[in-house]
Write a protein that binds this ligand. Sequence first.
Ligand SMILES: Cc1cc2nc3c(=O)[nH]c(=O)nc-3n(C[C@H](O)[C@H](O)[C@H](O)COP(=O)(O)OP(=O)(O)OC[C@H]3O[C@@H](n4cnc5c(N)ncnc54)[C@H](O)[C@@H]3O)c2cc1C
Length: 420
Amino acid sequence: MTASTAPRRTNWAGNVTFSTDRWLSPRSIAELQAVVAAEPSVRPVGTGHSFTPIADSTGALVSLDQMPPTAEVDTDRAVVRVSGGLRYAQLAEALRGSGLALANTASLPHISLAGACATGTHGSGVGNQVLSAAARSLTVVTATGDLLRVERGAAEWAAAGVSLGRLGVVAELELDLVPRFDVAQTVLDHLEEAEVAGRLAEILAAAYSVSVFTDWADHLEIWVKEQVGRTDAWDGAVLWGGRAADGPRHPVPGMAVESTTDQLGVPGPWDERLPHFRAGFTPSAGAELQSEFFVPIARVTDAWAALSQIRDRIAPVLQVSEVRAVAPDDLWLSPTGGLLSAAFHFTWQPDAARVMPVVRLVEERLAELGARPHWGKVFTAGHAELERVYSRIPDFAALARDLDPAGKFGNDLVDGWLGL
Ligand SMILES: Cc1cc2nc3c(=O)[nH]c(=O)nc-3n(C[C@H](O)[C@H](O)[C@H](O)COP(=O)(O)OP(=O)(O)OC[C@H]3O[C@@H](n4cnc5c(N)ncnc54)[C@H](O)[C@@H]3O)c2cc1C
């Protein structure tokens, strides 16, 4: 095992400096169990791509980056068993030649699978759920250092899928796979906002994965990612008043396009089209904050209208917004809340002092639509507000108390959210 006391590290965005310089990197599950059993206060950390101090600890941080990067494919069961620290990009590499794929990905392949599951990370598509809904089992190192294997359908399942790292360290996951597929990605521009805003639910359901980008000023694009060979595929004839872009685009207007996955309708493997960004490049803008709020898809046009009323406050501190669809699941802390959802994402300027008041305003405007924040992105709601939209927080907190009576896996932020 390696133990580092190097200078304090930050998250990917640089807006969070971790409160401890004690980083532990076990090299095996047995070492991980020993570390967790021995430390009085410890939090799992993935690749640090969250924008809040959600992974922070004043005790120790345990990273799985030195564990063997396992990806064992069982083609008969269409399942892969992976180590928790594995990143989407490493999994995609391991699946090459297997004839199998993940059904969906986040917008970037750089993040760890356990870290993605822990916050309810998702991509887009009315048929595509958050990543953790694809988990068939999770192997968790609990506060005592014991291994708890939680299978889909088990008593702890609904809590363990999206756990904020509060129940233990997910050492391994089994993920469902689907037959490998190709995707063609087409960006539409020259769109009229009134046309798009009025038909959002239809647009989000028109292809396998759809994203609507806007800067709430004069930039509007639809990114259509369609499976090649699907019988009910989007055929490129329905353009919602826009036209196919005449060259590749970056989600953030004006940024260089070499970091983005191929567009212009050129078919390619699932893992090289579903993420917006390529693995070898900095995703998104690099200097930014992010927020995201989920509303029932039936309210997507109402949410657009509510945000439209405050566009003069949003636009000056924004780089770009993205609207996606996420299919329902039954996980207690999933941001879908069990409903087919529309997720309104904001890539903000990296200026918390100017951004956070606007984040608060967005939350206030979306509150009456029952909006749920993404756990890994910035928001201001506290326990009472969160419990109104995440109604299973008390059940989750009760399980956390049972599994971890001393609060070993707690931190101020997460325990504040959960009322622990
Ligand atoms: C450029 C960019 C693009 C993004 N795009 C998307 C997107 O398309 N969709 C989306 O939903 N989100 C997106 N996000 C947010 C991101 O997916 C989440 O923040 C995700 O949790 C990051 O994973 P991570 O491995 O970096 O986790 P970290 O940020 O390191 O940790 C997040 C949480 O996971 C817990 N955790 C980490 N490892 C483990 C483990 N082994 N066991 C138990 N708990 C663990 C931590 O304790 C913490 O609570 C994006 C972020 C960035 C920076």
